[in-house]
Design a protein around this ligand. Structure first.
Ligand SMILES: [Zn+2]
Ligand SMILES: [Zn+2]
Length: 266
């Protein structure tokens, strides 16, 4: 069985990744993958929204870089996508982006729990230290649930990103997971097994085994992503991720083309 597609990869346009798409594609071939997808951080209408995404005027360049990788590696299937920040009230901007290019899928991610706090930003750890983790997790999953309900995304990114720095609530978070998974199940959106969590303080794939077991029970489909910000990270820990998915009850994952889903065995 070939490894599943790596659907979460970044490019230098987002200002915190290295390796051009052709180089990431080369690594994918070396790692034995037959399909990948580029999903760099989406631009915002305001180019100074933050400092970790491409600017609007760079979208053409982004698409051209992905097309160049396709030409350089014709035996590898390369999908065109974005990782899109979900912030309530900005849905029209996401629709605007969706109309611009022939995207294969959008990953909807929550990094911001308010207009100015991106909870995974290591420069903003002081915010975590001044808050109750359960309040942050609750705000995070409320937004993630809205993202799942929005119908704007094929995949929800790193669904328990709030564990990144190990600020775990004492309270039981199962109701938060369940609320999100019910919404995901109703709208047919997939979640990803994101292996970047293994490279962070939490040292665990996003989402956790308990979360994934619950997701399998709610019949929420899955994809796989390394969240590569460098060529060496492409396809990283995928064998472990597949093993985890199977252990949690999954026998299939999905792929996307032109925003349509196809199921494959894992
Ligand atoms: Zn990033
Ligand atoms: Zn992300």
């Amino acid at each position: 069985m070939p490894l599943p597609a790596d659907y979460h990869m970044h490019t230098p346009l987002c200002r915190h990744a290295i390796g051009e798409p052709t180089e990431l594609a080369a690594q994918a071939v070396r790692a034995g993958l037959d399909e990948i997808g580029f999903s760099d951080h989406n631009p915002m209408p305001e180019d100074d929204f933050d400092n970790w995404r491409m600017r609007v005027a760079q979208l053409d360049e982004y698409v051209a870089k992905v097309e160049a990788a396709r030409r350089a590696w014709p035996a590898l299937t390369i999908k065109l996508a974005l990782e899109v920040d979900y912030l309530p009230g900005r849905e029209d901007w996401i629709r605007n982006l969706a109309d611009r290019y022939p995207w294969d899928y959008f990953i909807g991610s929550v990094h911001y729990v308010s207009e100015n706090w991106d909870i995974d930003n290591p420069h903003k750890l002081s915010e975590w230290k001044s808050r109750d983790p359960f309040e942050v997790w609750t705000a995070y999953f409320q937004r993630l649930t809205l993202a799942a309900e929005s119908g704007l995304f094929e995949i929800i990114g790193h669904a328990d990103l709030c564990k990144k720095f190990c600020f775990y609530p004492r309270e039981d978070c199962t109701p938060l997971f369940t609320q999100f998974l019910q919404a995901a199940s109703r709208s047919g959106v997939a979640i990803e097994l994101n292996t970047a969590g293994l490279r962070k303080e939490c040292k665990e794939i996003y989402p956790s085994p308990a979360f994934l077991q619950l997701a399998a029970r709610h019949k929420v489909p899955i994809t796989f992503g390394s969240d590569a910000h460098a060529p060496a990270e492409v396809g990283m820990n995928f064998a472990e991720a597949v093993q985890l998915a199977r252990a949690c009850g999954y026998t299939q994952c999905c792929r996307f083309a032109a925003r349509r889903r196809e199921m494959l065995s894992i």
